[in-house]
Ligand binder design. Sequence first.
Ligand code: GLV
Length: 315
Amino acid sequence: LPVDWLKPLDGRVRLIVGPADPPGFADHLLQALPEAEGLLTLLTDRVDAAILDRAPHVRVISNVAVGFDNIDIAECSARKIPVGNTPGAMVEATADIAMGLLIASARRFAEASSDAREGHWKTWSPIGWLGADISGAVIGIIGMGKIGKAMARRAHGFGMKIIYADTSSQPEIESSLGAIRYPLDDLLRVSDYISLHIPLMNSTRGLINESTLRTMKPSAIVINTSRGPIVNTTDLCRALREGWIAAAGLDVTDPEPLPPDHDLYDLPNCFILPHIGSATHGARRRMAEMACENVLAGLEGKRLPYCVNPQVYET
Ligand code: GLV
């Protein structure tokens, strides 16, 4: 994190800063854990029982991300350690990337752009680089939380019909955008585009797999801006290669980073970004601000303003 994003901590904490690369807990951080009272973590830092065992004085963990699958929440809760995240900060930025991936995948940006660079743009051809229509198409949004809703608003602006799967119904999106809630299986069957906006949990890991991919239309396009492991990468590769679906646009992958020699890069119908959903100046700054607010609150014994395990305050 740039130091000026951490200004709110100036004079209030003693900071021990890890290297940007490699991610995770570098040696000097591991050595500092016994005296640490708070942890400010990135989504690439795994915080589990082994780390917590080394950090007995930690009384707050503040993740600079909305997702918190890198942190063993059950373990933190058992130890009464509040965990903070940054909800809301990157909603619009991430929905922009999801919509961008949708357009890029539908209209074959990657292939068209590299063909142009490589001298294959010989003339304007009526059948050159034909893609899928967006206006009038059905988008199935899986997970109608904050980012799902922001995606729905964009899709509505593009003239798409919106259906969604969620654990609860979202009346305001239904009345404002005409969105209709579907059982997941039906959503998979009828959607032209499927956009994932759910957190990574045991119940969502591998949700998009051979069986769900085979349920989709052969013309379907899958967009993932949530977490890589929600999609089974091996199954997705087969689906794209063998035409079970038409294309995928991914901002997140499994593994992450995706090694440069990975099969997915060889597929012309797969558009890949390096996890940049929240990568705008405004969103990243706001994430850092919220993370600083969380860590300071925790150190001062106050309730975290953005807490993912508020049950720690119950007893
Ligand atoms: C980014 O992926 C986040 O969870 O904030």
